[in-house]
Design a binder for this molecule. Structure first.
Ligand code: NAD
Ligand code: MG
Length: 392
């Protein structure tokens, strides 16, 4: 196979670092075209020295100036760019084969969409981008011959468990009865609404099974991560929320499942380590070494499953409602969530205020068809402002 040039959007984050770990195991297959970060100069500098990309992008201008100086002191010829437009440039560049979309939140939308429009293989970790712009994004993939490989572990598992001609055949003709989306239940599984009131940010970001960035860790604690993933699954696999069932599985070993009409259930299992779905997406349809150990079933002994608690964790219901409202509603859900999570991390609001702020923002929104990027971005801006105003 020919050498693949990879742009890693959000290379300093949890997914970005796992991606580089996989790349470093396969210098014969992958070369780094560009690495990008918001403002983590030290980490991006170290990554530049190790992976020698052609471009390094820091969205923050001052950080870019510092990185540029430090690289030129080392005699490096890596080009440093800055600003959000530079993210788009390194995503759509002609030489790039694959783009790892691992920026967190709405900030990843434009470069991820640019990769789809440029017909790249898009390795989608940045679920918020798809939630915001679902139809636009899926249309861009189809119209431009892009390859969309889900990196989110659940969606990667579903992708692996569906037949390879699923996209042509669709849900019912493939004999699919239900998609079972697994959820760890987060650090507060089994707690009551009263107990959730006194949760601190430090408790919320401590996930029992996965090591992840702060925002997705809080999303996992509220179950909004599963809500966003429900919407993500609807777009990726062309289904409605009632065709997807959330199954709480505290061990995070079964990464999701597909139930067929003959009674079969196909699942993908593995240790909870994102290098598995990353390696799968990068090498598909091949399989390559990812650095992840095989499961030890004798050490595991048992796997547990239970139903989600919709009373204590209303986020799942909110997400399903937003998807059913359609248009700009999912973008509004996502934006309000980003604002509320940030405020919670800054200790400005309590943990239980997160879903209620989202609900109020959704309720006040006048849903528009989400058929242009401008409409989506306007809804995103409106929701951010509305949610901030609710907190003041
Ligand atoms: P993280 O916080 O560890 O890293 C985020 C990255 O995005 C960093 O490189 C940061 O510099 C960059 N970034 C942040 N704000 C930016 C901005 N305004 N402009 C440009 N770049 C910006 O996050 P993460 O845990 O790696 O998650 C990344 C994405 O992958 C999220 O969408 C998350 O939902 C998804 N995801 C993560 C995991 C996981 O295990 N961490 C699993 C599934 C999906
Ligand atoms: Mg996931």
């Amino acid at each position: 196979m020919t050498q693949q040039w990879v742009t890693v959007l959000g290379s300093t984050g949890s997914i970005g670092q796992s991606t580089l770990d996989v790349i470093s195991r396969h210098p014969d297959r992958y070369s780094v075209y560009a690495l990008t970060a918001n403002r983590q100069v030290d980490t991006l500098f170290a990554q530049c020295l190790e992976y020698s990309p052609k471009f390094a992008v820091m969205v923050d201008e001052e950080s870019a100036a510092v990185l540029s100086q430090r690289l030129s002191d080392k005699g490096s010829d890596i080009q440093v760019l800055s600003g959000p437009q530079a993210l788009v440039k390194v995503s759509e560049a002609g030489e790039v084969n694959q783009v790892m979309a691992a920026i967190v939140g709405a900030a990843g939308l434009l470069p991820t969409l640019a990769a789809a429009k440029a017909g790249k293989r898009v390795l989608l970790a940045n679920k918020e981008a798809l939630v915001m712009s679902g139809k636009l994004f899926m249309d861009a993939v189809k119209e431009n011959g892009a390859e969309l490989l889900p990196i989110d572990s659940e969606h990667n598992a579903i992708f692996q468990s569906l037949p390879s001609n699923y996209e042509q055949k669709g849900f019912a003709p493939s004999g699919v009865r239900k998609i079972l989306l697994t959820a760890s239940g987060g650090p507060f599984r089994g707690q009551s609404s009263d107990q959730l009131q006194s949760i601190t940010p430090a408790q919320a970001v401590k996930h029992p099974n996965w090591s992840m960035g702060q925002k997705i860790s809080v999303d996992s604690a509220t179950l909004m991560n599963k809500g966003l993933e429900l919407i993500e699954a609807c777009w990726l696999f062309d289904v409605t929320p009632d065709q997807v069932e959330v199954v709480v599985h505290p061990e995070s070993v079964v990464h999701s499942m597909v139930q067929y009409n003959d009674g079969s259930v196909i699942s993908q299992m593995g240790n909870p380590d994102m290098r598995t779905p990353i390696a799968y997406g990068m090498a598909w349809p091949d399989r390559i070494e990812s650095g992840v150990d095989s499961l030890d079933f004798f050490a595991l002994k048992q796997l547990n499953f239970e139903a989600p608690d919709h009373e204590v964790f209303p986020a799942l219901r909110l997400a399903a409602e937003a998807f059913e409202l359609g248009g700009t509603a999912p973008a509004v859900l996502n934006a309000a969530n980003e604002i509320a999570v940030e405020a919670f991390l800054q200790e400005q609001i309590g943990f239980d205020a997160i879903p209620s702020l989202i609900q109020q923002t959704l309720k006040a929104h006048k849903v528009q068809p989400a058929d242009t990027l401008e409409t989506v971005l306007q809804a995103d801006h409106w929701a951010r402002q509305f949610c901030k105003d609710l907190m003041n």
